[in-house]
Design a protein around this ligand. Structure first.
Ligand code: MRU
Length: 384
């Protein structure tokens, strides 16, 4: 999407690759909305670290980062033994896979890269195929998101207010986004509507990233506190909810998404408000049979006990805190403790919304009832 930096609008992808330097290029999302910066991940360990500390985040973006990271690791291999190469590639995959557990996109993306590499005979051939497959994954991600927009735009009518949770925007994918795809497509059709962004504590991706994205794209919006959605729904101020997903079970239609999504789905059902989930094909898990089997990431308690933000004239946080939050200190960005000193916190990153609370799943192939996914599996990229 276009980003205006110092008065100049330029197009950026969230994740890209520098094949001369063998670097994965990322928008450093922990600095947004305060600073826009592209950073290189110089080797596959660096790419895995960027995923782990959420310099790059969002299901599709970490899928593309993992695909490029696998190609990056494969391309860095210098030996001639096929056995050593295979072992090396498996290790790269394991390191990248371990970076974050809930989203299935990195697994699906790396499976695609591995499958493509299998067609190569020599090591250089396999290295070239790995990069081509990663590029293809990234391009498909963009095409999927554009298709979501075409299908989902009809859900948005002029005068509506749409609620979204966390950031399932272009920052969470390679471009365009999922929950935001119908929003951007409806805007392009000239419809006038309003968006509420859930703040999305503890990391506030709604208040920081979605709000920044919508402002960049000139979509009218307000940030609301996570606790406020019920109030607005009760007063008839929300007409439609669209969220993203980090893993959607193709067999059951259950959706894992940012913590708080389930609560919004329950509220939407209570108030008769349509609740849609927008997904690219890479977010579908065709294997798991129950939402309870989805690995839910447990994040550090410091995220709940405090918050990151910009403070004028503040001091740098102590080294252990800096390390934990994974942000290299930059003059204005700081962490403040909010909670009672000495209290501990629990911090699950995601929750699972059952199929019966979901009105429809917006996919690149059309909009389906959650329980229709399995019947439509061939259309939706299931490879059996
Ligand atoms: O922890 P994050 O920021 O990587 O979480 C992912 C998300 O942004 C949301 O869950 C989103 O709604 C899913 S779509 C990428």
């Amino acid at each position: 999407m276009n980003v205006t930096v110092r008065g100049r609008a330029r197009h950026f992808r969230t994740v890209a690759f520098d094949c001369v330097r063998n670097h994965v290029l990322l928008i450093e999302q922990r600095l947004l909305p305060h600073k826009f910066q592209i950073v290189p991940a110089r080797d596959f360990h660096d790419t895995a670290r960027a995923i782990r500390v959420m310099a790059v985040r969002g299901a599709g973006a970490i899928g593309a980062a993992a695909a490029y990271g696998l190609a990056q690791g494969a391309r860095a291999f210098r030996g001639t033994s096929q056995a050593a190469f295979r072992k090396h590639v498996e290790r790269v995959r394991a390191v990248l896979k371990a970076a974050r557990p809930t989203a299935v996109d990195p697994v699906n993306a790396m499976n695609r890269v591995m499958a493509a590499m299998a067609a190569g005979k020599t090591i250089p051939e396999q290295q070239a195929l790995a990069l081509a497959a990663a590029e293809e994954f990234a391009n498909d991600n963009v095409r999927d998101c554009q298709a979501l927009g075409r299908h989902g735009a009809r859900l948005i009518r002029g005068g509506m207010t749409v609620l979204t949770h966390c950031n399932a925007g272009w920052l969470a994918f390679v471009d365009v986004g999922t929950a935001t795809a119908p929003i951007y497509a409806a805007q392009a059709q000239g419809k006038k509507f309003h968006v509420y962004c859930d703040e999305t504590r503890p990391r506030s991706q709604g208040a920081t990233l979605t709000a920044w994205e919508l402002a960049q794209q000139k979509v009218p919006h307000d940030i609301i506190a996570d606790n406020a959605a019920g109030h607005f729904m009760q007063r008839g101020k929300i007409d439609l909810v669209i969220v993203g997903s980090d893993r959607t079970l193709g067999r059951t239609g259950e959706v894992a998404n940012k913590i708080g999504t389930y609560t919004k789905a329950v509220l939407a059902r209570r108030h008769g408000i349509p609740f849609y989930v927008a997904i690219p094909l890479s977010s579908i898990d065709w294997n798991l049979k129950s939402g309870f089997a989805i690995p839910i990431e447990e994040r550090h308690q410091s995220e709940v006990l405090g918050a990151w933000g910009v403070v004028a004239g503040c001091k740098a946080p102590s080294p252990p805190l800096r390390e934990r939050a994974g942000v290299r200190w930059r003059s204005a960005l700081t962490y403040v403790r909010v909670a009672n000193p000495g209290s501990t916190a629990l911090n699950p990153g995601f929750d699972v919304t059952p199929a019966e609370l979901i009105t429809g799943i917006i996919t690149p192939a059309g909009i389906f009832k959650p329980r229709e996914l399995w019947a439509k599996r061939r259309e939706l990229g299931w490879s059996g």
